[in-house]
Write a protein that binds this ligand. Structure first.
Ligand SMILES: [Zn+2]
Length: 185
């Protein structure tokens, strides 16, 4: 899945589970496997990853360690339990259970033999994007994520710069009070 699917669906679920949760951390958690794997693939270790974009960061081991770190930071992260709980959602949305991705899912216990992807340069990146968007499940996820983000945008009145700044500063998604919403209508 791509950006909007991951961020939108994960923030939506986390906000349903907790009103207090810090959505800035939820946003980071929703894309953490890609934040780890994309630089590995494109900058740091293309040979190690065999040009595959789902490797170390998409493993159960790294997700479990990240969940543990999240829980240990519970004094710093508001709603750390929920942030830890939604971390594995990335693997679910990426469909990491298919046989092709098993080496990544079970890394390092199943070795480093990631299935090679031969996508070179910008055309390779473009093909990857088009391939992802042609998959109906991916497309539905992206649209679903956009819908959730759009709903939260309206519900929390984020067209107002002051309200956006508040989310940026506190990580709280606070709905516009009903009275205010009715006044606008
Ligand atoms: Zn991913």
């Amino acid at each position: 899945m791509l950006l909007f699917g991951h961020v939108g669906l994960t923030i939506g679920l986390a906000r349903v589970l907790s009103r207090e949760v810090d959505v800035r951390w939820v946003a980071v958690a929703s894309v953490l496997p890609d934040v780890i794997d994309k630089p590995l693939r494109y900058l740091m270790a293309p040979a190690f990853t065999q040009s595959n974009t789902r490797t170390v960061g998409h493993s159960l081991t790294v997700i479990l360690v990240s969940m543990l770190v999240g829980l240990l930071l519970r004094r710093t992260i508001r709603g750390a339990g929920v942030v830890a709980l939604v971390l594995p959602l990335h693997l679910l949305l990426d469909g990491m259970w298919v046989p092709d991705l098993r080496v990544s899912l079970l890394w390092p216990w199943a070795g480093n033999g990631f299935p090679p992807l031969n996508e070179v340069g910008l055309p390779g990146l473009w093909n990857h994007l088009v391939h992802d968007l042609c998959d109906p499940v991916n497309l539905a996820g992206e649209l679903g994520g956009m819908l959730v983000l759009g709903y939260l945008w309206c519900w929390c009145g984020l067209s107002s710069a002051a309200r956006r700044a508040h989310v940026w500063k506190t990580g709280m998604l606070v709905p516009v009070p009903r009275r205010e919403r009715l006044q606008k209508v």
